[in-house]
Design a protein around this ligand. Structure first.
Ligand SMILES: *[C@@H]1O[C@H](CO)[C@@H](O)[C@H](O)[C@H]1NC(C)=O
Ligand SMILES: *[C@@H]1O[C@H](CO)[C@@H](O)[C@H](O)[C@H]1NC(C)=O
Ligand SMILES: *[C@@H]1O[C@H](CO)[C@@H](O)[C@H](O)[C@H]1NC(C)=O
Ligand SMILES: *[C@@H]1O[C@H](CO)[C@@H](O)[C@H](O)[C@H]1NC(C)=O
Ligand SMILES: *[C@@H]1O[C@H](CO)[C@@H](O)[C@H](O)[C@H]1NC(C)=O
Ligand SMILES: *[C@@H]1O[C@H](CO)[C@@H](O)[C@H](O)[C@H]1NC(C)=O
Length: 931
């Protein structure tokens, strides 16, 4: 046996001839004609088809990275196959990548006076080799704005870099004021990343670049006395470039018609780089002299079309065209353009909206609403922002400041919360339960509510009114009085461990930590990490400093932060509890257990907030998406979304010798060779190999694929169950008799190397596969195109003799079988059997039926793989069973809360600017506020 990849059957040897020493190979796309006459052209790997547009890697030992397009498959080596000496680190298995997206551009139009219609959600992503534009066209009374896309080569001068501002400007003379002014007739902004032609740039564009010329110069060189009688006149455009200068001899001075008192000369640059330009001159058109001349721009002006490339030096510009309208003797001289260029000054406006470096393309994009409002019950919002689902999600945050509320919608980094968010959507609430010493009453205020979700446009503005009453956490007054307030006098002692939090179970913390010291103010007791399931918390306690003139610290207060997930709306997971207390022994670690026992949760609008748990507009499939190499657990928190009608979720576990690759992700519908009838399923490929040294048959599982079709069903917790999920076995006796024989080369084989013969097993026509002599090994393949219909394809031939490059196992059975788990008893389908045999007459077509009858199945615990019984739309989004606590390890979350003396109180006012909304949230959530 040479490599596990001889598993890939003879077809792969034919399609890509893998030579490890050659760095790149051009593979063919495998085109299969199905029995139904349809042709599918796809790249195949391990019998799993890969759609054109995908790229994938072949694991060690091939270490090829392949890119599959509709026309070709190119595979290049990586790791040692690329000539790198080091062993291939993380040679991962296939990656059925996202289809290549073309650029997304906004598509809308509006008047600049009313840009509301430009704040549109209409986008296009149709054609490749386009880029996005904003076009602002100024007319006398209005400016029209268009957001769209244009082909890369649509400008008359080739755009060097499609991130630019192209302006058409005119420096004009106002006859009334006798002053020069700038008129911008159009601005084109081009850019080439997703949604870069954002409506928010509309107002920045006219101020981006302005061209300017000293008016003294203009007066003497363009206006003069305001009248001229003769101009240069060329019969045709005079063109030239650096090597072939223009010949202006055809351009002679002529006397203009009596109604014309100015000249027009223009200069076009066809190729800025080679200086290729064309000059033309004549008397100005007569209409410029008429009463409406000024409406047409006037007869004293310089029109300019110029481009600034935003990713380059922004003080440089390329002039594409210059038109000079002038009334000075000899002002149409060919050198006028150089003279104007020398006078021209570029004024650079506010370019802060245009990043000097293009933003990186956003992977796994996520679109969120992005707005903020102050003190409004609703917050109309149509602007959106694109971030990446890989590390962000969408939020709506409502923060209360006294009677007022600051609300914003945006995205938030996944790690912005100190605690791990297990799933989306969620509602996070922080409440303060304060004691009013004057009235003697406890009152609860909500400090903030965060709604978090992770699909496009999920942080809908409609949810904003639901936030204030999402849910409430309440503690009984009697408990508050006895456990927090006490007699209201300063406490006499506190547990003291101000430096850092101590983590463990309540009992452990009671025994081991935080000495009791005298205190005559208030105890602050913190619980910064909670896992009630294990009675686990991170605990900290200390005596607060005495009040000063400037500030008074809270004396009786409980601050609770809790999160509710849509999948379990009646459970609040507490994230943090801060207790300011003066009751006896209130600083003990056990107080948190007491508090939990007394905490009452009152659900409010949670049901309405959680009506959607995924994007209802686009049927989406959300799958875990990770690779693991030799990790039995394969911890995976990353999820990706693709269209539900195109993909389902899978876990694929491949073994090559001692190496195990696990991939979780999406797989294209119908990408498997045989149509999948039902979900979930387990697909297993095994090799049964004869070990000549110990005279025994060994069964190896090459790969197991679990496929399922509801959100997050490929949960990583299933990975450890995969190897033992389902196995196929053949008895040694049967293998010895039917496959091995006496171990000598086979004498003859059925021969039909050109193609398989297909039909129902009873009617399989094998006349095209006559028996021929052979003295090596028979290769007999049987694929089941429609396993449930017994439709099978048979092929057999005598293996070529071994050579240096090529070695074929002499006794071997490959079996690929699929188990549908949806109904009991489970349905089993045999997909393919490949036999390498030397037993007499082992290439007979009937051998497959015999094999099938002798095949036994061993099931492991399949319950984790079975479909979920609940049919409600919400539960279909839940990961099956145990949300593995590996995601949420009660590690050493030692939060180092400084003693309050040094703690800064974030100014609430600064939060209202909205500029630092993320920081605001983070600060609000995670800093202790003393106010
Ligand atoms: C010239 O300036 C006057 C006075 O500011 C203004 O009313 C007029 O519209 C200007 N003409 C043009 C063509 O801009
Ligand atoms: C324009 O040029 C004239 C003569 O060269 C000079 O005196 C004047 O200061 C310049 N004006 C400005 C605004 O630079
Ligand atoms: C000049 O304009 C006047 C009035 O618009 C017109 O009658 C006359 O024919 C024009 N002259 C020429 C030479 O075009
Ligand atoms: C026009 O200007 C050019 C360049 O300054 C000069 O060579 C030429 O003699 C001038 N022609 C006339 C008629 O003044
Ligand atoms: C509290 O203790 C501080 C020092 O520990 C002391 O200065 C202060 O007088 C005490 N206050 C009361 C009310 O006992
Ligand atoms: C999947 O659904 C989307 C939207 O519903 C549709 O545009 C697309 O054509 C569908 N694709 C397939 C392969 O059915």
């Amino acid at each position: 046996m040479v490599s596990p990849f001889s598993v890939l059957s003879i077809f792969l040897f034919i399609t890509f001839i893998v030579h490890v020493d050659s760095v790149c190979v051009q593979g063919q796309v495998l085109t299969q004609v199905t029995k139904y006459g349809t042709v599918d052209t796809q790249c195949i790997l391990n019998n799993i088809k890969v759609l054109p547009g995908s790229s994938f890697k072949l694991a060690y030992p091939d270490c090829l990275e392949c890119r599959c397009t509709a026309k070709s498959m190119a595979c290049c080596g990586f790791g040692y196959a690329a000539g790198v000496a080091a062993p291939p680190p993380g040679c991962v298995a296939h990656n059925d990548a996202l289809p290549s997206n073309s650029l997304i551009c906004y598509e809308c139009g509006c008047d600049q006076d009313d840009t509301t219609t430009c704040n549109c959600d209409t986008t296009s992503d149709i054609t490749d080799n386009d880029y996005c534009v904003i076009l602002e066209q100024r007319y006398v009374s209005t400016t029209y704005v268009q957001l769209s896309r244009i082909p890369r080569n649509s400008s008359w001068v080739y755009i060097e870099d499609p991130y630019y501002v192209l302006t058409q400007e005119s420096i004009r003379y106002n006859l009334t004021t006798r002053q020069w002014y700038l008129w911008t007739s159009s601005v084109v902004f081009g850019c080439d990343w997703d949604l870069c032609n954002s409506p928010s740039l509309i107002n920045s564009l006219p101020n981006s670049f302005k061209y300017n010329i000293n008016s003294t110069w203009l007066n003497s060189n363009i206006y003069g006395t305001g009248s001229v009688t003769s101009c240069h006149h060329c019969d045709t455009e005079v063109c030239g470039d650096i090597t072939n200068p223009s010949d202006f001899s055809t351009c002679q001075m002529v006397t203009c018609n009596t109604n014309v008192t100015s000249c027009l000369a223009y200069d076009l640059w066809n190729n800025v780089a080679t200086g290729e330009q064309c000059y033309q001159s004549q008397c100005a058109p007569e209409y410029l002299n008429g009463a409406n001349g000024e409406i047409y721009g006037g007869k004293y002006r310089i029109d300019l079309e110029a481009v600034v490339y935003l990713a380059k030096d922004r003080s440089k510009y390329d002039i594409w065209e210059m038109d000079v309208y002038c009334a000075v003797n000899n002002c149409t001289r060919p050198t006028i353009f150089q003279e104007v260029s020398q006078q021209l000054k570029l004024e650079i406006g506010d370019l802060s909206a245009f990043p000097p470096i293009r933003p990186l393309p956003i992977s796994n994009p996520l679109r969120c609403y992005s707005c903020d409002c102050f003190d409004q019950p609703t917050c109309p919002c149509s602007s959106t922002v694109v971030s990446s689902l890989d590390y962000t999600y969408c939020v709506i945050v409502r923060e209360n400041f006294g009677q007022q509320a600051y609300i914003y919608a945006d995205y938030l980094e996944l790690d912005a919360t100190l605690m791990y968010i297990e799933e989306f959507p969620y509602a996070l609430v922080e409440e303060s339960i304060d004691y009013n010493e004057k009235t003697g009453l406890w009152f609860t205020t909500t400090n903030f509510v965060v709604y978090g979700c992770n699909w496009n446009y999920c942080n809908k503005p409609e949810y904003i009114p639901l936030l204030p009453n999402s849910y409430q956490m309440r503690l009984p007054e009697a408990w508050l009085n006895s456990s927090i307030l006490g007699n209201g006098q300063p406490i006499s002692n506190c547990h003291q461990c101000p430096e850092q939090a101590h983590c463990g179970t309540t009992d452990f913390l009671e025994e081991n930590t935080c000495p009791i010291q005298s205190c005559n103010t208030t105890c602050l007791v913190l619980d910064t990490y909670e896992d009630p399931a294990y009675d686990y918390l991170c605990y900290q306690s200390f005596c607060l400093p005495p009040d000063t003139q400037d500030y008074q610290l809270d004396r009786h207060k409980v601050e609770i932060e809790g999160i509710v997930y849509a999948s379990q709306q009646n459970v609040v997971h507490l994230w943090e509890i801060d207790i300011y207390c003066r009751a006896n022994d209130c600083s003990r670690a056990g107080i948190f257990k007491d508090l939990r026992a007394n905490l009452r949760v009152e659900p409010g609008t949670l049901g309405a907030l959680f009506t959607e748990t995924h994007d209802p507009n686009i049927p989406q499939r959300r799958c875990y998406d990770c690779y693991c190499h030799n990790q039995p657990g394969c911890i995976c928190e990353r999820t990706t979304i693709m269209a539900a009608n195109q993909t389902y979720c899978m876990i694929m576990r491949e073994s090559y010798g001692q190496d195990v690759w696990t991939s979780l992700g999406h797989i294209s519908q119908d990408s498997t060779r045989v149509h999948i009838q039902d979900f979930p399923y387990l697909l297993v490929e095994e090799s049964i190999l004869y070990d000549e040294q110990i005279n025994r048959w060994n069964t190896i599982t090459n790969f197991v694929v679990y496929g399922c079709n509801y959100d997050l069903c490929n949960h990583p917790s299933l990975v450890p169950s995969m190897p033992t999920s389902f196995q196929m076995r053949l008895s040694e006796d049967w293998l010895n008799i039917n496959v091995k024989g006496n171990g000598q080369p086979v004498r003859n084989c059925h021969e039909c190397p050109d193609g398989p013969q297909c039909g129902h097993s009873d009617y399989l026509d094998t006349s095209h596969c006559p028996i021929k002599e052979c003295n090596t090994t028979c290769l007999v393949f049987d694929t089941f195109d429609k396993p449930n219909d017994d439709l099978q394809c048979y092929q057999s031939f005598c293996a070529p003799a071994d050579s240096d490059d090529f070695h074929i196992d002499t006794h071997r059975v490959e079996i690929e079988g699929l188990l549908y788990l949806n109904k009991k008893p489970y349905t089993f389908e045999l997909w393919e059997v490949d036999i390498y045999c030397r037993a007499d007459d082992c290439s007979r077509p009937e051998i497959f039926t015999e094999l099938k009858n002798n095949l036994t199945y061993e099931y492991g615990d399949l319950s984790p793989f079975e479909p979920q019984t609940s049919t409600s739309s919400q539960s279909t989004n839940n990961p099956p069973t145990t949300t593995s606590s590996t995601n949420n390890p009660p590690t050493t979350a030692s939060s180092t809360n400084n003693p309050p003396t040094t703690s800064t109180t974030p100014s609430k006012a600064s939060l209202l600017s909205g500029a630092s909304s993320f920081i605001a949230l983070v600060i609000t959530i995670f800093l202790m506020n003393f106010h």
